[in-house]
Design a protein around this ligand. Sequence first.
Ligand SMILES: Nc1ncnc2c1ncn2[C@@H]1O[C@H](COP(=O)(O)OP(=O)(O)OP(=O)(O)O)[C@@H](O)[C@H]1O
Ligand SMILES: [Mg+2]
Length: 237
Amino acid sequence: MIQVQSLTKNYGKVRALDQISFDIKKGEVVGLLGLNGAGKTTCLRILTGYLIPSDGNCNVDGIDVFSNPVEIKRHIGYLPETPPLYPELSVRDFLQFISRLRGIPEASFNEELNRVCELTELKEVERTLIRNLSLGYKKRVGIAQAIIGSPPVLIFDEPVSGLDPRQIVEIRNLIRNLSGKHTVLLSSHILTEVSRTCDRVIVIHRGKLAGDISGDQLGNIENIFLDLTKKSSEAGG
Ligand SMILES: Nc1ncnc2c1ncn2[C@@H]1O[C@H](COP(=O)(O)OP(=O)(O)OP(=O)(O)O)[C@@H](O)[C@H]1O
Ligand SMILES: [Mg+2]
C-alpha cells in the first residue's frame, strides 16, 4: 500500500533523509520511530505530497506521489504535526469545510459527520468553537479531518504528543479501531506508545533506516531501539 524507495532529502547541507526504503502492507498500523530530528516529519511530508524529495520514489495506494501531488491527497488522510485548524469555526463547520474540499457530496455530509464524530468522540462538542477546545480535543478534530471521507491511507504525525494519559489511551484505541480498514502510518518518539499502538515499528536514526521491529520484539522495544540506534551511529549514521 505504501512503497518508499531510496528516499533522500537534503535541506541545503543538512541531509534529513538518507536513502530510506520500506514497504507497508494494506491494513497495517506502522509506527515511524526516531529521536527528535531523525527525519520523521520530513518523511511523512514527502509521502503526502507536501514536500519534494531530493531523490528516490514513493508510491501510495498504487499512485506515484511525485507525478500526482494533487490526486494523492484524495487517497490520504493526513494529520500534520500542528493540525491545520480554524479556531473561529465550530467543529461541525470546520468538518463541513474539509468535507467540501474533499469533494464529499453534500447529501452524505451529515451521515459522514456522525460517523467521524462518533469514532473520535466529538459528538458533544460538535457546536463548540475550535478555539475553546482543550488540546486533546483539538487533536481529535485533527484526526477527524484526516478520516472524513474514509481515505484508504492515514498518516498521523505525532498523534499523541501533548495529550494527557487518558487521552493517549483513547487515541490509541481509536487508531487501533482504524486498523484493518485503513493502512496507518504514524510517527512518534514515545517508545512504549508506539509499541502498543502499532503492529510494526520502523526505526529511523539521523535520516537513515536503522531497523524494523515487529511481533514479540515489540515487548522489548526499549532495548532494541537503543541497540539499533547505537549500531546505526557506529555505522556512521
Ligand atoms: N525546512 C527545513 N529547513 C532546514 N532544515 C530542516 C527543515 N525541516 C527539517 N529540517 C532538519 O531536518 C532534520 C529532520 O527534521 P524532521 O522535522 O523531519 O525530524 P523529526 O524526526 O520529525 O523530529 P521531531 O521528533 O523533533 O518532530 C532535522 O535536522 C531538522 O533540523
Ligand atoms: Mg517531527
